[in-house]
Ligand binder design. Structure first.
Ligand code: SAM
Length: 287
């Protein structure tokens, strides 16, 4: 096969050594303590929803390509993901919000703690001051961003649902970041258009897109106009539970995401990278 890598499960005896012998330790996070499965087990978390349902626990896959030969690529197992989560520095206020959200319908919509940490890191690396989020829900990802913005920082938070925004606003207050967050309860396209109408094109440093998947293309075009050259747009759920890579999956959302991913791949106005974190995030930088 030329050009495109083919992937296979790595099944050498060495790989088998890495298979978790028993169910993985539950997720526990404590930024001040190193990872310890025993400690993790003694401090049972109130949330275990990050445990993977994957049964094939091989930790690596091997890409084969005529041009570069074999290359091992890490593949998440429940054990490895628990290890990653045990190394996430999730601020206590974010954990509290996550736990409160866990009792609600749609709680699976939050980005994972490792994704939130990546978003915050990107904002910090960029030195971002002006940010936009499309799709806030109860505010987990927006709070992660607001927490690392400077005091003068500004985040436009676009969400249509008033009920979940009540929770988000409560946590912005609790975290003392409410002054940085401009909550816009409306259809996101209307909010983004109004920002452009106010002459705010090319004035934002960072945008996070995480709302209705079938409108990603429309939102992306708005965000592209609003973000400055060198600014970053991050898009969530681009791997859509793996469905985008399965030709048998032809539902509307999957097709729409596939089409969107292809468009981003071809878009010469941006540089881009697909990161297999959470449900897949694409990071785009405006040229
Ligand atoms: C995946 S959730 C966002 C999760 C959030 N980013 C997080 O990780 O904490 C998507 C949100 O987008 C909102 N949404 C969907 N369509 C929208 C629209 N047209 N305008 C504004 N918000 C919308 C939904 O109400 C939902 O709360």
């Amino acid at each position: 096969m030329r050009g495109i890598a083919s992937f296979q499960r790595f099944t050498s005896p060495r790989a088998l050594l890495f298979r978790p012998p028993s169910p993985p330790p539950p997720y526990h996070h404590s930024p001040s303590k190193p990872y310890s499965p025993l400690l993790a087990q003694s401090l049972l978390p109130s949330i275990t929803r990050f445990r993977s349902l994957q049964t094939d626990a091989s930790p690596v896959i091997v890409s084969e390509d005529d041009s570069f030969g074999k290359k091992q690529v890490i593949s998440l197992t429940p054990q490895l993901y628990d290890y990653i989560l045990s190394n996430v520095r999730e601020p206590p206020i974010l954990r509290e919000l996550r736990e409160e959200t866990a009792t609600l319908k749609g709680s699976q919509m939050l980005v994972s703690p490792d994704q939130a940490q990546l978003l915050a890191m990107l904002v910090q690396i960029l030195g971002a001051n002006r940010c936009i989020e499309v799709g806030v829900f109860t505010g987990y990802s927006s709070l992660a961003v607001a927490l690392v913005l400077p005091e003068s920082g500004y985040l436009v938070a676009c969400e249509k649902d008033a009920k979940c925004l009540e929770i988000a606003k409560k946590y912005y207050e609790l975290a003392a970041v409410a002054h940085k967050v401009d909550v816009k309860q409306a259809l996101a396209a209307d909010t983004l258009q109004s920002l452009l109408d106010k002459g705010e094109g090319c004035s934002y440093d960072f945008a996070f897109l995480d709302a209705d998947k079938r409108k990603y293309d429309e939102y992306f075009e708005y965000l592209f106009q609003l973000v400055r050259v060198g600014g970053v747009i991050v898009i969530d759920n681009v791997l859509w539970h793996g469905k985008v890579a399965n030709p048998n999956e032809t539902d509307k959302k999957t097709n729409s995401l596939r089409k969107f991913n292809r468009k981003i791949f071809k878009d010469e106005r941006i540089s881009t990278s697909v990161v297999p974190v959470g449900d897949g995030m694409t990071i785009c930088r405006k040229k």
